[in-house]
Design a protein around this ligand. Sequence first.
Ligand code: GAR
Length: 217
Amino acid sequence: MARLKVGVLISGRGSNLQALIDACARPGFPAEIALVLSNVAGVKGLERAERAGIQCRVLAHRDFPNRAAFDTAIDAALTQAGIGLVCLAGFMRILGEAFVERWRDRLVNIHPSLMPAFKGLHTHERALAAGVRFTGCTVHFVRAAMDDGPIIVQAAVPVLPGDDAERLAARVLEAEHEAYPLALRFIAEGRVRVVEERVEIAGSITKPPSHLLNPQG
Ligand code: GAR
């Protein structure tokens, strides 16, 4: 079967991009990354794409007169490359409503919180300030509102004594690197449906314990 052609949009480090590259390199993985687009030149993520032999392009938002023109250029590059699914991986520009609607249910994002908690920036600082015992990450379909949309996969991560934002971010990032490839696999296998703005995944196995305690006793 033909593999799903994925375009990945980045702005920086690209560790989630790397997780997706590694997953796609596994034998039988149902997706391939055909294009990496960055809105920032010279970032580590672009190096990762080049090293993996993936076509990459820089479209700097500053080179465009407005958001619509920038979005149109991204759309054109994705369409030209025959992309079927767009993965935002640390892409720090908000995409306009027209773009989001055009790619509806073919555009996913990873966010470093258990949505709908802690949308936006500084998620780990805010999780620590709120004193939550668990945080995590969410892979979701993108909607026009920021960090919003039907949830595909979440990973829960405990907040531990002595955590600062950096330590917590590192623990969540590890979970991100597992959650994003899993969500991509579900989508590429054609098992994901959005029904009334909630995601159904055909044949998925739910095997976590019925609940997690933190602290444990
Ligand atoms: C990741 O933690 C991702 O969840 C976050 O940016 C980081 C990018 O890291 N995304 C957002 O906050 C989007 N709202 P990476 O470039 O190493 O993948």
